[in-house]
Design a protein around this ligand. Structure first.
Ligand code: IYR
Length: 243
């Protein structure tokens, strides 16, 4: 397994990759619940998470960096291929950088909406009411650019293979969205296409691929969401059981 710890005088901090031999330790989990309590809690959780929306109208109200950091710790706890944790989250509240990102994203979106997408794709987006204008990239207090590490480096600087990268980064992003929603913040998973401009603006290395831009903040008091996006497939359609 790969772990990464370095001792500082005050705390154990993660920054150097080290290999571990197999060393099983006891599972530290909350105690098991009775079925009824389990179901009640699952239903409460459904109530909470099914109210998440992709929000495009943000308030300018600031969100403390510490809040973002705590949610990133939740994201960083995600399972990943060989526990290589092939993700990097670049958090931007700097207005100049946000403006640069908006300008570059809108340039790509302009090309997308005026032909690159094709009629079918534009038709599929019709109910969402999206267009090439992305003012939320400047209004929202935080943009989190999520990068997938296509390969990493071990402590001697050798290229290190990563595994199940999109799956791992997708799970970590899901946990991040969940954490942010749980504390009442709104998010938008924004995917301007192509996203190479993010690597350039944010100075990320060639082994990282930009995956997504997560827009984060308080929703605007008069925020609206497209009705079409609230319609979710019923359980019968998204699941099957063999019992
Ligand atoms: N990236 C564009 C288009 C877009 C694509 C999909 I797939 C969406 O679910 C929503 C939008 C945009 O952000 O407008």
């Amino acid at each position: 397994m790969i772990g990464c710890y370095s001792d500082t005088s005050t705390e154990l901090r993660v920054d150097v990759l080290m290999k571990y031999d197999y060393d099983p330790i006891p599972l530290d989990y909350p105690h098991a619940l009775e079925s009824e309590e389990m179901l009640a809690r699952a239903q409460d959780y459904v109530d909470l998470i099914s109210r998440r929306r992709s929000v495009r109208h943000f308030s300018e109200k600031p969100v403390p960096r510490e809040v973002i950091e705590a949610c990133l710790q939740a994201a960083g706890s995600a399972p990943s291929g060989a526990n290589h944790q092939p993700w990097h989250f670049v958090c931007v509240s700097d207005s100049d950088i946000k403006r640069k990102i908006r300008v570059a994203a809108e340039e790509e979106e302009q090309a997308f909406y005026s032909g690159r997408a094709g009629d079918q794709w534009l038709d599929d987006l019709h109910g969402l009411g999206t267009d090439a204008q992305k003012p939320f990239l400047e209004t929202a207090p935080w943009l989190i650019a999520i990068f997938a590490e296509r390969y990493g480096f071990d402590d001697s600087g050798e290229k290190q293979k990563n595994y199940y990268v999109p799956e791992s980064v997708g799970i970590a992003t899901g946990l991040l969205i969940n954490a942010l929603h749980t504390i009442g913040l709104a998010t938008l998973t924004h995917t301007p296409n192509p996203m190479k401009f993010l690597s350039k603006i944010l100075g990320r290395p060639a082994n990282e691929r930009p995956m997504m831009l997560l827009v984060v903040g308080h929703p605007a008091p008069d925020a609206k969401v497209p009705r079409a996006a609230t319609v979710k497939k019923p359980l019968e359609q998204i699941s099957s059981f063999f019992e």
